[in-house]
Design a protein around this ligand. Structure first.
Ligand code: ADP
Ligand code: MG
Length: 500
């Protein structure tokens, strides 16, 4: 019962599509159905690429990975009730991971609320705890404002998830085109730098340190000039550094002062941590002893003020955009650099080399069954000769993959992230392949997953195939979760893995 549009009128689906187009949305991932099927059609009529997934969770994972890769708003479009509920894991993942995503969900008609409507559910309440913002337009002319604000909220400050709830009755209702506002595109993400005296204090603190260590996190990959300026800062300051898992590739793992292979020692002994776009959460052992010195000083750059003093006192909080702050700081640093011939550097390098040899020994042990390092050996070979965007998830598969798959470029590696979410791999690979096709055609996509991680969303292989996207998925199969099933385990349960 599609209404026939009168001259000069727009329907809700078109209003949504036009507003998304005006905001520069290039991709919508989703699963369509009642009541947003027309929205899926309208976005395509407006030249937006729509990618139909098998499950809303993957659509949401794909949309946020694309948002992180392109630094643009990307949409996940879902139906009411179960549709939105399936997407919530994805929204939470985006918010915890500091990645932007905008979810648009259809919901039941306004005048049926509370009366047992089809797929009726308190969608705003459900989405709220996973999002920076939830909102619900109730007229067509309000929709562009909601979409513009959603874009700003997802991208500005610390990025995260946003949800817009669209009552089903809005989709096909109509309004005079003249009454639908056209809003300017949200373009530049505003940036700031800390006051000069605080930056100078930070530099003095760095100069005073005997055993400094820079930790580069994924916030540095999000900041527009982050990767360039982190590289510049490390080159000029000559400080030893390592990356968090999400910060891998912002500076090449092959960089001469990377002490990634001496991670435990570096964290344990450093008297100053320069924390750049990373959080002292579980991934960095909360910044606490025994993994860190009790009285280690902390110079931290972050865009979110509440992040300072989290778990550990911040000695010098630098509230600002990473790229711009590091640019200003390197200017103030003048020609100073750290003494690379001192004991600390020597100690780190010796430990790194020793640990590298242990890894190499494992990697060249090709006994059956293959150990993880050996399984990764040919993959590492391939990566060293190609520009590859890597998707990596699983337990051991991801832990060891971090060591065995070096990263050389920013935003070329997607993994289970801060939320430790398993099942993101196929969605990330889908987004990565589209991203490479449209924005980086020389880059190949390689997805390395554990068997259990793959199982979460294995059907999305079909989505990837349907859109003819070149993704290679490698599954490291140990027959189960975490340590999997050994031949001995199989004997003890009479070969029946359902007993485990
Ligand atoms: P990792 O997983 O690498 O530790 P996190 O996601 O935990 O990284 O932390 C990233 C941090 O970077 C967050 O605290 C976030 O607020 C911050 N951040 C994100 N973008 C910027 C930016 N442009 N400038 C400064 N800090 C940023
Ligand atoms: Mg397994």
């Amino acid at each position: 019962d599609q209404p026939t549009l009168k001259q000069g009128e727009m329907d809700g689906a078109t209003v949504i599509a036009r507003a998304l187009k005006e905001q520069g949305v290039e991709y919508v991932f989703g699963v369509v159905g009642f009541p947003i099927i027309e929205v899926g059609m309208a976005v395509q009529q407006h030249g937006i690429k729509y990618i139909g997934c098998r499950n809303e969770q993957t659509a949401c994972y794909a949309a946020q990975a694309m948002g992180y890769l392109t630094r643009r708003p990307v949409v996940c479009l879902v139906v009411s009730g179960p549709g939105l509920l399936h997407a919530i894991g994805g929204l939470a993942n985006a918010t915890v991971n500091c990645w932007p995503v905008i979810c648009i969900g259809g919901s039941s008609d306004v005048d049926q609320e509370g009366r047992g409507a089809f797929q009726e559910w308190p969608q705003l309440e459900s989405a709220r705890s996973a999002c920076k913002l939830v909102s619900r337009p109730t007229t067509l002319s309000a929709i562009p404002f909601h979409i513009e604000k959603a874009v700003r909220t997802a991208l500005y400050g610390r990025p995260g998830a946003v949800y817009i709830d669209i009552p089903g009755n809005l989709v096909l209702s109509t309004e005079d085109e003249a009454k639908i506002p056209k809003l300017p595109k949200v373009s530049m993400i505003p940036v700031c730098i800390p006051p000069e005296n605080i930056m100078k204090t930070a530099i003095d603190t760095i100069k005073d340190a005997k055993k400094p260590l820079v930790i580069v996190g994924k916030g540095a990959g999000w900041s527009e000039r982050g990767p360039t300026m982190v590289q510049h800062f490390l080159t000029k300051s000559k400080l030893p550094w390592l990356a968090s898992p999400g910060g891998k590739g912002i500076v090449s793992d092959n960089h001469e002062r990377s002490v990634a292979s001496a991670r435990s020692l570096a964290l344990r002994e450093a008297d100053l941590i320069i924390l750049i776009g990373a959080r002292f959460n579980w991934i960095l052992h909360f910044g606490l002893p025994p993994r860190f010195q009790k009285d280690a000083k902390v110079v931290q750059i972050d865009i979110q003020p509440e992040e300072f003093h989290q778990n550990v006192q911040t000695t010098v909080p630098l509230m600002g955009d990473i790229g711009e702050t590091l640019y200003a700081m390197t200017e103030h640093m003048k020609n100073w650099h750290y003494n690379v011939h001192g004991d600390w550097m020597k100690q780190l390098m010796e430990n790194a080399n020793k640990n590298k040899q242990v890894v190499e020994k494992m990697a060249s042990d090709h006994k059956t069954p293959l150990n993880y390092y050996a399984a990764y050996h040919p993959i590492r070979d391939f990566i060293s000769k190609n520009d590859v965007l890597i998707v990596n998830e699983g337990a051991n598969t991801m832990d060891i993959g971090r060591t065995m798959m070096p990263s050389n470029l920013p935003r070329r590696r997607l993994d289970a992230g801060t939320f430790g979410t398993m099942g993101v791999g196929q969605g990330y690979a889908l987004a990565a392949a589209l991203y490479c096709r449209d924005h980086s055609p020389k880059t190949k996509v390689l997805c390395v997953q554990g068997d259990s991680a793959f199982g979460f969303s294995g059907m999305e292989l079909e989505t990837i195939a349907r859109y003819k996207l070149p993704v290679v998925t490698v599954i490291l199969n140990n027959s189960g979760i975490y340590r999997g099933m050994t031949p001995e385990d199989m004997k003890s349960v009479d070969g029946d893995p359902t007993l485990m």
